[in-house]
Write a protein that binds this ligand. Structure first.
Ligand code: RTP
Ligand code: MG
Length: 141
């Protein structure tokens, strides 16, 4: 087992549904601790930079448009195998394929409005946490 950090974003659809607390409760029950958090309205430039890896994909504009459609909750989570643990809680990208009981199965409406983002690897988690938080704003506990 490895103590890891991952970057979690509650996307505009789930913030609008007022389920921030329900989603955070799932993280806590799974042993993940919040070590940094903020609510933010992303600018187009910030969203494009965050999802730059997808810039050549056909869904890129829809993804960015969606991510700036309202405020998001950005959190760094820490725990054993945090990256995979968080992705297991999220479920598959397309909510139609997400396993019952996952966040996307329960709260997502479509592949675009899919409630949450999670880092896909420890290395990308480091880059994504640094994208939104200064090192001094991440507080291990
Ligand atoms: P995320 O990065 O947001 O946590 O989602 P993910 O790893 O499950 O999926 P990823 O492949 O990284 O895609 C990022 C987001 O782009 C949208 N997407 N649309 N129409 C499509 O085929 C398609 N594929 C991906 C989704 O909103 C996905 O969360
Ligand atoms: Mg991804």
């Amino acid at each position: 087992m490895a103590l890891e950090r991952t970057l979690s974003i509650i996307k505009p659809d789930a913030v609008a549904k007022n389920v921030i607390g329900e989603i955070y409760a799932r993280f806590e029950k799974a042993g993940l601790k919040v070590v940094a958090a903020k609510m933010k309205q992303l600018s187009r430039q910030e969203a494009e930079g965050f999802y730059a890896v997808h810039s050549a994909r056909p869904f890129f504009k829809a993804l960015v448009d969606f991510m700036i459609s309202g405020p998001v909750m950005i959190t760094a989570l820490e725990g054993e195998n945090a990256v995979l643990a968080h992705r297991d809680l999220m479920g598959a990208t397309n909510p139609k394929e997400a396993a019952p009981g996952t966040i996307r199965a329960d709260f997502a409406d479509s592949i675009d409005a899919n409630a949450v983002h999670g880092s896909d690897a420890v290395d990308t988690a480091k880059v994504e946490i640094a994208y939104f938080f200064a090192a001094t704003d991440v507080l291990s506990r």
